[in-house]
Design a protein around this ligand. Structure first.
Ligand code: DC
Length: 218
């Protein structure tokens, strides 16, 4: 890793990664990267094209040519396709949500994503959230968190956001897939925030990060 600092933030859906990640990035003046949005952006692009998603070779041919580039806006690093960033509504749509877990286990898709996520270092210090950041994307960073919450609490949070997405099924697939399954890195700080607000969780993470950063002299 170059000189930039990366905070790796992994966990299942509705575990608070996005909220806590943005809070930390804002407090620290780091850039935030939502890697789930990258997988969703590729899924959206595939769905629009109408290619047959049951053939990984075709998906990979498509990936080699897709006109995607990293861009930064309001301290958020995102993938733009043909210069356009898909809206949160599109990326959270049922079509995308129901298809993303079919594309994300394809090894070649993950290779592309991991390379692109590492390339985000050129934008400076990062808070990167996802499923495999501490285990595969930046395993060398000393700053790793794994957020989790009970199934009931996570389902309630998604419902409160107005989503009827079957997150339990997607989490099950993410955790049991052969390539880069969702699991905490050995040296991650695991936080079950079922009974904590996002603000309390994020403040705890911030204090932990600052203390470790001082300890390491970074
Ligand atoms: O965080 P999210 O719900 O937006 O992620 C959508 C999907 O993308 C998730 O089901 C699995 C995949 N994903 C992944 O495999 N690795 C990541 N680092 C981030 C997301």
């Amino acid at each position: 890793m170059k000189d930039a600092i990366v905070i790796a933030l992994d966990g299942p859906s509705a575990s608070g990664k996005g909220t806590c990640g943005r809070y930390l990035a804002g407090k620290l003046g780091f850039r935030h990267v939502d890697t789930g949005a990258m997988y969703r952006t590729f899924t959206w692009y595939c769905l629009q094209s109408g290619i047959d998603l049951s053939h990984p070779a075709r998906v990979l041919d498509f990936l080699r040519q897709w006109p995607a580039e990293l861009e930064v806006s309001s301290d958020e690093v995102r993938l733009a396709v043909n210069g356009k960033v898909a809206s949160p509504e599109i990326l959270r749509s049922d079509d995308v949500a129901n298809t993303v877990a079919k594309l994300s286990p394809i090894a070649g898709v993950r290779v592309w994503m991991v390379r692109t996520q590492r390339d985000c270092l050129r934008f400076g210090n990062l808070v990167m959230d996802g499923r495999d950041i501490g285990t595969h994307v930046f395993p060398e960073t000393p700053f790793k968190f794994f957020l989790t919450a009970s199934d009931e609490v996570r389902a309630r949070r998604r419902k409160a956001e107005g989503s009827a997405e079957n997150t339990a099924e997607r989490d099950r697939r993410d955790s049991t897939r052969k390539v880069a399954p969702l699991e905490p890195a050995r040296d991650a700080v695991v936080i079950d925030n079922s009974h904590e607000s996002a603000a309390v969780t994020a403040e705890f993470m911030l204090a932990h990060f600052e203390s470790k950063r001082r300890q390491l002299g970074l």
